[in-house]
Design a protein around this ligand. Structure first.
Ligand code: TRP
Ligand code: ZN
Length: 465
């Protein structure tokens, strides 16, 4: 059986949250309070219980010179229980007013939790709208692993990036990957600047007072951590892939020269990924390239992955592969990160294999034989703590798990699994147990127990490659 290495402090926090929820649940004759957090094993405060968001409508106005953000977010959600109160996740910013179903609501704030008290208890099943007016200078959030996310200031504007929890720096939400929703993001910036986000650009209006408003719409479900805004000067290119998919790229002029060749391959990469992974799940693609150092990492922001500086081909292949694995099929909790990173890393190996590079087997062997202790630090499906969810076992050893599956079932069945998995959970959520069950269903009679035990859940370096 897999050995659980869930860190103790998290277990304690979860147990406590569970207890409190249960208490308020039984005592709530007047209604129930939705919980703070959804018991994520790595980020217990992330997300909120008691409702499901269907749509976020964000109206943002940002002035880079003062770093001031003035915003309104309307959240459409369905109560999954009777709600006398519910939480939103928002870190920093000043809440100026809050309404539920158009009526003034009171609220309290503790850390990243905004607890909303609607004027009347919301019945279970009710779809309700919450509107939050807020303003201030949005924060940069430091991850448990030390990387920076949330709202990042750049030389010519700003960047909003959200993995794993940064969304709460710039909009109130149910900030957990398990609650996906559609979005409308409207951004007003000083004239001369661009604002780029997820989905498709709907309107571009220059207003009379020297400001430009951009409206972006995401019509497929998106996790909060994949929502992005990039404000600044960008060279915009619009093309289409051969099957008519719109491609929108925004490149900081400083990175234009270095990006030209690699971004010209984006349509070809998309076609190769569609061939291997199945139909693309979204209605547009592209990229956002900002300056090197504007962020410490690339990110698979939905539709339009983000890159700090011109990407190399492997990184572009990786972030585009996430559109299937991560963005469309989204982890149920942050423990399931390897389902994102293992697939995106294996996509790189497959790309090299198909483009005159090393075979995936050669990449696997080099990692297994090489002096790479970090790969064996913990099992991919059980990162040691929140500080380690983007470490090498999640990426490289996660990819090695997929390669082991491929070796067990053969290429034809392997690609059936890879495509079938993307299709089975398209626009949804899945976890590691869903994945292992799926693989077993797709290859009856094959024994995967050793792969699961040694490669996915086992401590240390597996004895056999
Ligand atoms: N998901 C990103 C990638 O592999 C990397 C990343 C950025 C990340 N920020 C993170 C991973 C925070 C985990 C947590 O392309
Ligand atoms: Zn990745």
């Amino acid at each position: 059986m897999p050995r659980s290495v869930r860190p103790l402090p998290t277990v304690t926090a979860c147990a406590l949250a569970l207890l409190l929820t249960a208490c308020s649940g039984t005592a709530g004759v007047q209604g129930t309070a939705g919980s703070a957090g959804v018991h994520d094993p790595y980020f217990p405060k992330a997300g909120n219980g008691g409702y499901d968001v269907t749509h976020y409508d964000l109206t943002l106005a940002y002035t880079p010179t003062t770093h001031a953000l003035t915003a309104t977010t309307t959240i459409t959600a369905r109560a999954t229980t009777r709600l006398s109160a519910f939480d939103l996740d928002l870190k920093g910013m000043k809440v100026n007013s809050l309404t539920v179903e158009g009526k003034k609501a009171s609220w309290t704030r503790t850390g990243q939790e905004v607890t909303v008290h609607p004027p009347a208890t919301l019945p279970q099943g009710k779809t309700f709208r919450t509107t939050v007016d807020y303003s201030g200078t949005p924060e940069t959030i430091t991850d448990p692993d030390g990387s920076e996310e949330g709202w990042l200031r750049t030389a010519d504007g700003a960047l909003a990036l959200g993995e794993p929890t940064g969304a709460m720096a710039w909009f109130p939400s149910d900030n957990h990957p398990s609650d996906k929703a559609t979005y409308a993001i409207t951004i007003t910036v000083p004239k001369g600047l661009q604002a780029v986000s997820n989905g498709e650009l709907r309107t571009e209006t220059t207003t009379a007072d020297g400001r430009t408003t951009y409206t972006w719409r995401t019509t497929h479900p998106m996790a909060t951590y994949l929502a992005a805004v990039a404000i600044g000067h960008y060279d915009i290119t619009r093309t289409t892939t051969r099957n008519g998919l719109p491609v929108y790229t925004a490149v900081d002029p400083h990175e234009a020269e270095a990006s030209r060749k690699v971004l010209a391959r984006l349509p070809e990469i998309m076609e190769w990924e569609e061939y291997n992974f199945g139909p693309y799940p979204f209605s547009s693609t592209g990229a956002i390239v900002d300056r090197r150092g504007d962020a410490g990492y690339a990110l698979e922001t939905q539709n339009r992955p983000f890159f700090p500086g011109a990407p190399d081909t492997a990184t572009l292949v990786h972030e585009l592969a996430h559109q299937w694995y991560g963005d469309s099929v989204t982890p149920k909790t942050w423990r399931d990160m390897w389902l994102n990173e293992g697939f995106a890393t294996y996509a790189e190996w497959l790309w090299f294999e198909d483009h005159d590079g090393d075979t995936a087997q050669q990449t696997f062997d080099a990692l297994y034989q090489g002096d790479h202790d970090e790969i064996w630090a913990f099992p991919p499906a059980r990162p040691t703590s929140a500080a380690h969810i983007s470490d090498s076992p999640v990426y490289e050893r996660g990819a090695m798990v997929l390669h082991k599956i491929r070796r067990t079932v053969g290429d034809a069945r392997f690609y059936d699994i890879v495509q079938g998995w993307a299709a089975a959970h398209r626009h949804g959520n899945a976890n590691t147990a869903d994945f292992t069950a799926y693989v077993e269903r797709m290859a009856p009679g094959r024994d995967f127990s050793g792969i699961w035990k040694d490669w996915l859940y086992g401590d240390g370096k597996p004895a056999r490659p």
